[in-house]
Design a protein around this ligand. Structure first.
Ligand code: SAH
Ligand code: SF4
Ligand code: F3S
Length: 467
C-alpha cells in the first residue's frame, strides 16, 4: 500500500456496534424488527442505499418496503434540483404520524440534502422527530448511530465532510441477482456553476484498481451479468492514486476478467473523454456500445457560463470520433434548459445539437437554482413559463428522433440481457448492448440470461424474437 492509499477496511468497531444493536432489537423475542430504506437521486445514492441495507441486515433488521411496517426508516436524499428536495420534506414530515402509531420507530435522514448546513439546520429545528441526521461521508457509521440513539442517547447529527478516506468492505445488499453497481470514485472537483454535487459529495477520490478488480471478480463468480462502474466523473478516475491506472486502463482490466458479463459506466464528462478512452471502449468486447455523455447545452456561451470547459465543437468532434471507432454506438445525454442568461437563440443551439447527434434518449431538466452555487446569483430574466415552452419543444424534437432511431433498429440482430417481465403477458424486456429495450416472448426463468434476438417491429416499443 502506498502513502496515497486512502482505502481503509470496514472498521471492526462498527461490526461491534451492529452486534449491540442486534441484541437490543431482538431482545423482545416475539417481534421481527423491520427497516425501510427510501432512496432519492442518482445511481450513487442507490448504491449507497444498498450499503445501508447491507448494514441494516447485519444489525438484524429485515428489510421491508412499506414505511408503515418499519421500526427504522431512513431517507437517503438528493439535493440536485429543488423538486427532489420538496418530495423529501413532505415524506419525512409524514413520519410524525407513523411515530404516534409505533413508538419504537426510529427515523433517520442522510445523503446529499443533509450535507447542506441550512437544510440540516431546518431538519434539526423543525423536524424534532428525526432521530438521526448524517451526511454523505459517514454512511458506514450507521450501526454506531443507531446504537447510540437506541441506548438512550441524544439525537445524532453528524455532518463531517472529510474528504480523506474511502471505507472498503461495507456490507452490501445488492438486491438484484444479475445487475450490480461498483462505485469506482467518489466526489467531484468540477464545480459546474449550477451544480450542488461538489459541495455535498466532497473532493474527488478514487478507489484502488486492485479493490475494484477484486469486486468485479467476486460479482462475476456470484453470477452477475452486468456491472456498472459508477462515479460523478468516471473519466477522471485514478487521479491521486499512484499506480498510473486511469479510467481507460481500468476498463481494459475489467474487460480482462474472465466470464460472460457486460460492463457499463456512468457518468463521463466530455472534457475528460479522451481518444484513449474511446479506443478502450472499441477494443473491449464486454463494454456496452453505449456512451452517456452529458452535454448540458449546445451553446458555447452557455457552456462557458456553466464552467463545463468544452465547446460545442469539441463535443461534436468527440461524438464523431466515437462513431468512427464504433459505428453502432448509442449516445444518451443530460440537458439543462433555461440556465441563467440563456436566450431562445442559445436554446436553439441545444435543439440543433440534439438533432445533429440523434441521441437514443435524453434526460432533460429545467434549470433549478441551488443555494451556494455561482449560478444561483446570476441574473435570470426568462420566466419559468417560457422555459417550460422551450422544454416542451425539446421533448417534441427528441420524440421524433427517438421514433426514427427505433424504426431504424427493425431488422437488426442484437444480443440482449433479459432484465424483467414486460407489461405484456408472456413477454420479457431484453436490453441490447446499446440502449434498445426489446419485448421478446420468453419464459420468466430466462430473466438474467443473454439471448440473440432479431428485432421485428416497432410499435411504441420494439418487438423481437429469439433466434
Ligand atoms: N456528474 C454528472 C451529473 C450529475 S447530476 C455529469 O457531470 O454529467 C445529473 C444531471 O442533473 C446533470 O447532468 C444535469 O443535467 C442535471 N443538473 C445538475 N444540477 C442541476 C440544476 N441545478 N438544475 C437542473 N439540472 C441540474
Ligand atoms: Fe455536477 Fe458538473 Fe460535477 Fe457533474 S461534473 S457532478 S454536473 S459539478
Ligand atoms: Fe443527487 Fe447527490 Fe446524486 S445530489 S444526483 S444523490 S450525488
Amino acid at each position: 500500500m502506498s502513502e496515497f492509499d486512502i482505502n481503509i477496511s470496514y472498521p471492526t468497531e462498527q461490526t461491534a456496534y451492529a452486534e449491540r444493536v442486534k441484541r437490543i432489537i431482538l431482545s423482545d423475542g416475539t417481534h421481527t424488527p423491520k427497516a425501510c430504506v427510501v432512496t432519492y437521486g442518482c445511481q450513487q445514492n442507490v448504491s449507497d442505499s444498498q450499503r445501508l441495507k447491507g448494514m441494516l441486515s447485519l444489525m438484524g433488521y429485515e428489510i421491508c418496503e412499506a414505511q408503515e411496517d418499519a421500526d427504522f426508516i431512513i431517507f437517503n436524499t438528493c439535493a440536485v434540483r429543488g423538486h427532489a428536495e420538496d418530495r423529501v420534506w413532505g415524506n419525512v414530515g409524514a413520519t410524525k404520524r407513523l411515530k404516534k402509531q409505533n413508538p419504537r420507530l426510529l427515523v433517520a435522514v442522510c445523503g446529499c440534502m443533509v450535507q447542506q448546513q441550512a437544510v440540516a439546520d431546518r431538519f434539526r429545528e423543525s423536524y424534532p422527530y428525526v432521530d438521526i441526521l448524517f451526511g454523505t461521508q459517514v454512511t458506514h457509521r450507521l450501526p454506531e448511530f443507531i446504537y447510540k440513539r437506541l441506548s438512550g442517547g441524544k439525537r445524532i447529527v453528524e455532518l463531517a465532510l472529510e474528504n480523506g478516506e474511502i471505507v472498503e468492505g461495507v456490507p452490501v445488499d445488492r438486491e438484484g441477482k444479475f445487475k450490480g453497481y461498483i462505485p469506482i470514485m467518489y466526489g467531484c472537483d468540477n464545480f459546474c456553476t449550477y451544480c450542488i454535487v461538489p459541495y455535498v459529495r466532497g473532493r474527488e477520490r478514487s478507489r484502488s484498481a486492485d479493490r475494484i478488480i477484486a469486486e468485479v471478480k467476486q460479482m462475476v463468480a456470484d453470477g452477475y451479468k452486468e456491472i456498472m462502474l459508477l462515479g460523478q466523473n468516471v473519466n477522471s478516475f485514478g487521479k491521486g492514486n499512484d499506480d498510473g491506472i486511469n479510467f481507460a486502463k481500468l476498463l481494459r482490466m475489467v474487460n480482462d476478467v474472465e466470464g460472460d458479463f457486460r460492463i457499463r459506466f456512468m457518468t463521463s464528462h466530455p472534457k475528460d473523454c479522451t481518444e484513449e478512452l474511446l479506443d478502450a471502449m472499441r477494443d473491449c468486447e464486454k463494454v456496452e456500445r453505449h456512451l452517456h455523455l452529458p452535454f448540458q447545452s449546445g451553446s458555447t456561451k452557455i457552456l462557458t457560463a456553466m464552467n463545463r470547459r468544452y465547446t460545442r465543437e469539441k463535443y461534436l468532434s468527440l461524438i464523431k470520433s466515437a462513431r468512427e471507432k464504433m459505428p453502432d454506438i448509442a449516445f444518451t445525454s443530460d440537458i439543462i434548459v433555461g440556465f441563467p442568461g440563456e436566450t431562445y437563440e442559445d436554446f436553439k443551439e441545444t435543439l440543433t445539437l440534439v438533432k445533429e447527434v440523434g441521441f437514443a434518449s435524453l434526460f432533460t431538466f429545467i434549470y433549478s437554482p441551488r443555494e451556494g452555487t455561482p449560478a444561483a446569483v446570476m441574473p435570470d430574466s426568462v420566466t419559468r413559463q417560457e422555459k417550460g415552452k422551450w422544454f416542451d419543444e425539446l421533448l417534441r424534437a427528441q420524440d421524433t428522433i427517438q421514433k426514427k432511431y427505433n424504426n431504424e433498429a427493425v431488422g437488426k440482430t442484437v444480443r440482449v440481457l433479459f432484465e424483467e417481465e414486460a407489461p405484456e403477458d408472456g413477454y420479457l424486456i431484453g436490453k441490447s448492448s446499446g440502449t434498445y429495450n426489446i419485448y421478446v416472448k420468453a419464459d420468466k426463468s430466462k430473466i438474467g440470461t443473454f439471448a440473440d434476438v432479431k428485432i421485428n417491429s416497432y410499435n411504441s416499443v420494439l418487438y423481437g424474437t429469439q433466434i
